[in-house]
Design a protein around this ligand. Structure first.
Ligand SMILES: Cc1cc2nc3c(=O)[nH]c(=O)nc-3n(C[C@H](O)[C@H](O)[C@H](O)COP(=O)(O)OP(=O)(O)OC[C@H]3O[C@@H](n4cnc5c(N)ncnc54)[C@H](O)[C@@H]3O)c2cc1C
Ligand code: HEM
Length: 406
């Protein structure tokens, strides 16, 4: 139990730390990677460089600290983050390292303003927050390991098939190298692979949504090649998977994880909206609905640049044709000559309103995933269509962020 004085000190200093957040975070990562370069095998280097993730960890610590006297209220957020941590194989022994360097960074940046009392209070508060994460994650590790065919940490897989799905997306069908059972997963969950491409000093971890329903004899992931045309730097893992990994090669992965999952067991309609490679979790949901909940009305809407970029088109068509309650729609942003689609240009509220009946919008659970601008536009449209917050579900293919403009 934290003493009232500790709680008071921590809560009083949260705004100061949050205000100096970017400086503290920068210093925190500098110090931590200098003294623990092995952690470069866990953290995503591109996210670090682009500052996308870096602030998230420290912000979450400050948010937890602001609620330090009622930590139970932040358990849902801890669980959300815990899925990612469990997928990345973050262990209890990592927590003191983060805590120590966060405190060192706070001292460095705040200087004399960071009195011994303040640092001591933050050390105690961090300990309590870390314990909350560790215990939530412990349960997740146990659940992943104890299910049929489950495992802890990394398991070796062999690429059984590699199939080109579009100009930019390729699927990898993965079989466990030990020949053992593949655990079931929920539609929408992802696999986390760890690779060390030739010429790289570190391992790299990336999440890839499982793009088929659970219950196959392989796990399938479908990966977009990030060629870095905008940035000039190709994505490390996606280009390695596309260019270097072949049938028969080995890949390591942690057990499926993630809380962006289909709500099953209801009779209400389901709307699945995807942009680009964001279709992968939707494919898993689509196959699951077709197989296990054929009485539900399903609307599958996919947006791609054009036919060449459109992955898994035939597979969606086959599922749609075999199930009268499933309808699918294709939107091309910039169709090329001869590209047939249901809508040209971006998906907007007017098109969505005209495509699905009003009563569907009042009842459906809506799932979406795609590039961030796509997700912001869809979110705005769903709000405009009156879809209530409890029926809106989405996944970011990068660090979690906000969809509403501040
Ligand atoms: C829950 C979840 C599920 C996901 N599911 C899928 C999926 O099903 N399919 C899929 O394809 N992806 C998926 N992703 C995204 C995936 O995890 C990777 O982020 C993606 O493959 C890019 O990884 P990379 O190593 O190729 O690129 P990184 O090396 O991580 O680079 C990321 C981007 O930054 C750019 N970049 C790199 N270095 C620089 C630099 N110095 N300056 C500027 N820009 C730079 C790269 O060009 C690239 O576009 C998912 C992500 C999450 C979080
Ligand atoms: C109480 C302490 C911690 C908090 C509050 C915290 C918070 C967060 C948050 C908010 C995210 C982003 C999740 C998302 O994008 O959905 C994240 C991701 C991540 N965390 Fe933690 N974290 C903590 C401890 C740790 C520890 C101890 C490690 C390992 C040393 C770690 C490693 C990571 C990594 C590798 C990611 C993925 C992001 C990336 O690679 O860019 N975290 N964490």
């Amino acid at each position: 139990m934290l003493r009232p004085r500790t709680i008071e000190l921590v809560k009083a200093t949260v705004p100061v730390l949050a205000e100096r957040g970017p400086d503290i975070t920068k210093r925190f990562y500098e110090l931590m990677f200098e003294r623990h370069p092995e952690l470069l095998n866990i953290f995503n280097h591109a996210n670090q460089r682009q500052g996308r993730q870096s602030q998230a960890l420290a912000n979450a610590v400050y948010a937890a600290a602001a609620n330090i006297d009622r930590l139970e209220t932040i358990i849902p957020v801890v669980k959300q983050i815990g899925h990612k941590h469990r997928a990345l194989n973050i262990r209890p022994e990592h927590y003191p390292i983060v805590g120590e360097h966060l405190l060192l960074a706070i001292k460095d940046v705040l200087g004399d303003a960071a009195t011994d009392d303040i640092i001591q209070a933050w050390a105690e508060a961090y300990g309590v927050i870390a314990d909350a994460f560790i215990s939530v994650e412990q349960e997740m590790y146990q659940a992943a390991a104890n299910q049929e065919g489950g495992w802890e940490g990394f398991r070796n897989f062999i690429v059984d098939r590699k199939v080109k799905e579009s100009d930019v997306i390729t699927s990898f069908y993965l079989k466990p190298a030990d020949g053992g059972v593949l655990p079931a997963y929920l539609p929408g969950q992802y696999l986390t692979v760890r690779v060390k491409p030739a010429g790289q000093d570190n391992f790299h971890l990336r999440h890839y949504s499982l793009s088929h329903a659970s219950g196959q004899d392989t796990y399938r992931i479908s990966v977009k090649r990030e060629d870095g045309l905008d940035s000039g730097t190709a994505g490390v893992v996606s280009s390695y998977l596309h260019d270097a990994v072949r049938k028969g090669d080995a890949l390591e992965a942690t057990a499926p994880a993630g809380d962006f999952t289909l709500r099953t067991g209801a009779s209400s309609p389901v709307i699945l909206l995807s942009g680009g490679v964001g279709l992968t979790p939707m494919m898993s949901m689509l196959h699951t609905l077709a197989k296990h909940e054929p009485a539900r009305d399903v609307y599958f809407v996919h947006a791609a640049q054009n036919r060449r970029m459109h992955a898994l088109r035939e597979e969606v068509r086959t599922v749609t044709e075999a199930n009268e309650r499933i309808r699918s729609f294709v939107c091309y942003e910039r169709p090329e000559a001869g590209d047939a689609c249901d809508h040209q240009g971006f998906i907007d509220e007017a098109w969505l309103a005209a495509t699905m009946p009003a009563d569907v919008w009042q009842q459906a659970d809506v799932y979406f995933c795609g590039p961030v601008p796509f997700m912001k536009a869809i979110y705005r449209a769903l709000k405009g269509l009156g879809v209530s917050a409890d029926r809106i579900h989405y996944e970011f293919f990068g660090p979690a962020g906000a969809l509403e403009e501040a």
